[in-house]
Ligand binder design. Structure first.
Ligand code: ZN
Length: 150
């Protein structure tokens, strides 16, 4: 078992059991639903923006362990970040789960998100891991209220 796979399992288990920032947000600036029809993952993400910064982010919904853990880790990772910084992380995360980024090279920028490099070994799970990010991206860049991984 490689270190990254071990870390991957630990983080998925931990965040699945104790999801961070889980629940609804009062008066969100953006509220958007994300749906992954391939797996049935379905989340709503609530974002509060102030001066172009994500001051609050929560999510609720249901899905497989990977999508839920990904939403949880993402919410912790982008909280307090500017929209541009969050978008930059989204880009990096996308490359990571597609196996296009060396996790060793990116530990500093990605922190715990690096654990999801393990997903690149399971192509069917990539959409589960990316769903919360895709949803956040839509929330930050458009007026849509719903998005899917399709
Ligand atoms: Zn899933």
């Amino acid at each position: 078992m490689t270190v990254s796979r071990e870390l991957y399992q630990q983080i998925i288990l931990d965040h699945n059991k104790n999801p961070r920032n889980y629940g609804r947000l009062e008066d969100p600036t953006r509220k958007i639903e994300g749906y992954n029809p391939l797996c049935g993952d379905h989340f709503t993400i609530f974002v509060k923006l102030k001066d172009n910064r994500i001051t609050e982010i929560t999510f609720e919904g249901a899905g497989c362990a990977i999508s839920k853990a990904s939403a949880s880790v993402m919410s912790s990772a982008v909280k307090g970040k500017t929209v541009e910084e969050a978008e930059e992380l989204f880009k990096k995360f996308h490359q990571l789960v597609r196996g296009e980024l060396d996790p060793k090279e990116s530990t500093e920028t990605l922190g715990k998100l690096v654990a999801f490099s393990g997903v690149s070994e399971y192509p069917a799970r990539v959409k589960c891991a990316i769903l919360p990010w895709h949803t956040l991206h839509t929330a930050l860049t458009s007026e849509e209220h719903r998005t899917t991984t399709e």
